[in-house]
Write a protein that binds this ligand. Sequence first.
Ligand SMILES: Nc1ncnc2c1ncn2[C@@H]1O[C@H](COP(=O)(O)OP(=O)(O)O)[C@@H](O)[C@H]1O
Ligand SMILES: [Mg+2]
Length: 255
Amino acid sequence: MLESITATRYVTPLKEGGSLPGIVEADDLGTYVLKFRGAGQGLKVLVAEVLVGELARGLRLDVPRMAVVDLQAPIAKYEADEEVQDLLTASLGSNLGIDFLPGSFGYDGSRPPDPDTAADILWLDAFTANVDRTWSNPNLLVWHGKPWLIDHGAALYFHHSWPGKGPNPQRFAAQPFDASTHVLRDVASDPAAAHERLAPKITRELLTTVTDAVPDEWLEPAPGLDGPEASRAAYREHFLARLETPQIWLPGGAR
Ligand SMILES: Nc1ncnc2c1ncn2[C@@H]1O[C@H](COP(=O)(O)OP(=O)(O)O)[C@@H](O)[C@H]1O
Ligand SMILES: [Mg+2]
C-alpha cells in the first residue's frame, strides 16, 4: 500500500510536463510532484504510474517513492492562476504524489546507466508497452549520478479500451513493442539476457503487491470488472499473459 498524506500547499506547476503536473508540499513535510486525478486522461494514468512504478521497484530499478496525496478544497480556492485553479478543483480527493528529487536533471546521455541496467529498463518498457521513453521524452531523471525512472502514465494503454470492450489479456500478449526510438537502445546490453534475469522475478506475489498498491477508488468498473479486486486480477492476468510471449514484444526477440 502507498502511504496516504495530505497536501498542505500548492507550490508551482511543472510547465514542461504535458499533463501539467504540479509541485506540492504535504503534511509529512515532503515535497511531491503531483499527478492530478482531474488532468486530461483521468484515473487510468495514475493507475499505470503506480503499477509500472512499483513493478520497476520490485525489479530493483530506481523509482522515486510514491504516495497517495489528498487534495482539499482550500488549496484550490486560494490558487490565483485560473487554469491551475480549475485543475485543482477538478482534483479534490486522492491524487498521486511522486517524491520530488531535488537537483535532478533530465537524462541527456552524459551519465548513461550501465549496460545491464539500461537493458533492464528497456525490458520493463517493452513488457509494459511504455512508449514514453524516447530521446524527445526520456522520462529519466539523473539524480545522485544515476538514472531514476519517472512518468509511466502512458504504459498499459490497453486499459483505455476497458470501458467499451472489457479486459483482453491475450490481445496485450500479442502486441509488439517498437524499441527503435527508445532512449537507452544504444547503451543497453542483450535484451534476451535481461528477459532471463527479470522474467522469473515477475511472480504472482510481486504482481499482488503491485496491484494492491493502487487505491480502490482509482479502479473504475468496466464490462466484466465489477469491483477493484476484479480490476486487480485483470491487470495480473495481462502481465502474466504477456510474460509468456517475449518472442512478440522483446526487442531482438527471445532466445
Ligand atoms: N520526482 C520528480 N522529481 C523532480 N522532477 C520531476 C519529478 N517528476 C517529474 N519531474 C519533472 O517534471 C516533468 C514532468 O513530469 P512527468 O512525470 O514526465 O509528467 P508528464 O506526464 O507531464 O510528462 C519531468 O520531465 C521532470 O522534469
Ligand atoms: Mg514526461
